[in-house]
Design a protein around this ligand. Structure first.
Ligand code: UD1
Ligand code: MG
Length: 449
């Protein structure tokens, strides 16, 4: 039987933030949710999350399940105190208790599984993940004697000699819960920070084993923003490497960020300063960027998107977007469409081969296939209270600087005169024009010669 406890009650003073530390995000996901996701893969019986500082915010952030229970630690007197509070509220100390610091977000479920197997194979009281760090500053140092952990000394409590030890505590422990429950209340706070340290249990328990793992970037604790950005870098490097190996070209990978959930096809070229976020999908043979931001968007094959921003939309194949286009949520741009510079599109269905090439705002609209929207066209979709719809049929030719005052419906093959303000519906094959006739006043200027 496996029970998990995640320590997430601390404030995270070193983050210098009003946000609780475990709610800071890496690649769009909170530190706490990352730890939780790794634990969930082990299919534990119960998961206890120890909360304290801004507990409601922390509880609200978590994707809930029946297995998850929140335990409030108030005040927060240290990691050992957190488990003391837990053990007061739980009476059945059966099986293993896996304890994880909520600020070690890159831990993989395979590594946790390794720890559980290691623990069983040793019949241990406690097993701890350790690693040798080139720069162990800030971590608890682990001292081993006769193959057993003798003690863990926190950075602040170390003398100069002890501080040279590079074997560190990663903050991930597997306890035999029954054995732990017998000693958990004997922890003292006689240390520099005057806190009750969970690490002191390693001295109190007899069979304390270290599972040393190579430092592969997975065992980083986050106490400040520098460490946060190092973890983000670790995620980004591995995400981009994965895509490169499977056939994506990055012109300047260091300048790009890609979410872990995004899917990218083969022979896609990602130019410099391009960011693909959320659950996006870029299909084969697309060229994206430079300077492009795409969030939660599907882009089908053979599209070219340059210097543009796209949210929550669907771009079909062979579409060209940009430079300087802004596609806002809920757009579908059908095959062979073209969206050009300084064009904003929102909540629109544009059928095949529609062109909106210059300086336009098209919102809450449907545009039929083969229609060309002239430069400067605006859908005036908001009357001050409500948004209204514009329907433009297929094969139409919308003159430059047309304003559609929505709601409005145009048939197929409609032409609008440049500079028209269209307030009335028009039928198939008509010309809609609304502008004052030009008059020429001759000899307006005196002939000075
Ligand atoms: C801790 C370990 C250290 C280890 C490092 C690994 C102790 C005493 N030290 O140090 O040996 O190398 O993690 O990253 O455990 N928390 C609570 N309640 C509290 C205090 C903290 O729930 O009263 C939570 C925090 O929210 C955090 C985790 O416990 O998620 C670790 O606390 P933190 O203050 O970051 O400990 P470190 O100094 O990093
Ligand atoms: Mg920490």
């Amino acid at each position: 039987m496996l029970t998990v406890a995640i320590l997430a009650a601390g404030k995270g003073t070193r983050m210098a933030s009003s946000l609780p530390k475990v709610l800071h995000k890496l690649s769009g996901k909170t530190l706490l949710q990352r730890v939780l996701d790794s634990c969930n893969e082990l299919n534990p019986n119960k998961v206890f999350i120890i909360v304290g500082h801004k507990s409601k915010e922390v509880e609200d952030s978590v994707i809930k399940s029946k297995k998850i229970h929140f335990i409030v630690q108030e005040p927060q007197r240290g990691t050992g105190h957190a488990i003391q509070i837990l053990s007061k509220q739980v009476k059945k100390y059966k099986g293993k208790l896996l304890v994880l610091n909520g600020d070690v977000p890159l831990i993989k479920s395979e590594t946790l599984r390794k720890l559980l197997n290691f623990h069983d194979s040793r019949n241990a009281d406690v097993s701890l993940i350790t690693t040798k760090k080139k720069n162990p500053h800030g971590y608890g140092r682990v001292f081993i004697k006769d193959n057993l952990i003798e003690n863990i000394i926190e950075e602040k409590d170390c003398d100069d000699y002890q501080r040279k030890n590079s074997l560190i505590n990663a903050g991930i422990y597997c306890f035999s819960w029954m054995t732990l429950s017998k000693i958990i209340n004997s922890l003292k706070s006689n240390n520099k920070q005057n806190e009750i340290y969970l690490t002191d249990t390693l001295t109190l328990l007899k069979n304390s084993y270290s599972l040393e793992i190579e430092d592969n970037g997975e065992l980083q604790g986050i106490n400040n923003r520098l460490q946060l950005s190092k973890c983000e870098e670790t995620i980004q490097i591995s995400t981009k490497e994965k895509h490169m190996i499977s056939g994506v070209t990055f012109i300047n990978p260091a300048s790009c960020t890609i979410s872990e959930e995004s899917v990218i096809g083969t022979d896609v070229i990602i130019e410099a300063n391009t960011h693909i976020r959320g659950k996006s999908k870029i299909s084969n043979n697309c060229k994206i960027g430079p300077n492009t931001f795409i969030q939660d968007t599907v882009v089908n094959e053979n599209c070219e998107i340059i210097n543009s921003t796209i949210f929550d939309s669907k771009i079909m194949d062979h579409v060209k977007i940009g430079p300087y286009s802004h596609i806002r949520p809920n757009c579908e741009i059908s095959s062979f469409g073209k969206i050009g510079n300084f064009v904003e599109i929102k909540n629109c269905q544009l059928d095949e081969k529609v062109k909106v090439n210059h300086l336009s705002y098209i919102g809450d609209s449907k545009v039929g296939e083969h229609t060309n929207i002239g430069a400067g066209t605006i859908t005036a979709n908001f009357d001050g209270l409500k948004k209204h719809h514009t329907n433009i049929g297929k094969n139409s030719s919308i003159g430059a600087n047309t304003v559609f005052v929505a709601p409005i419906n145009l048939g197929d093959s409609v032409t609008t005169g440049a500079g028209s303000v269209i307030t009335k519906d028009s039928k198939n094959n008509s010309l809609a024009i609304s502008r004052s006739k030009q008059i020429n006043i001759e000899n307006w200027k005196k002939n000075e010669s």
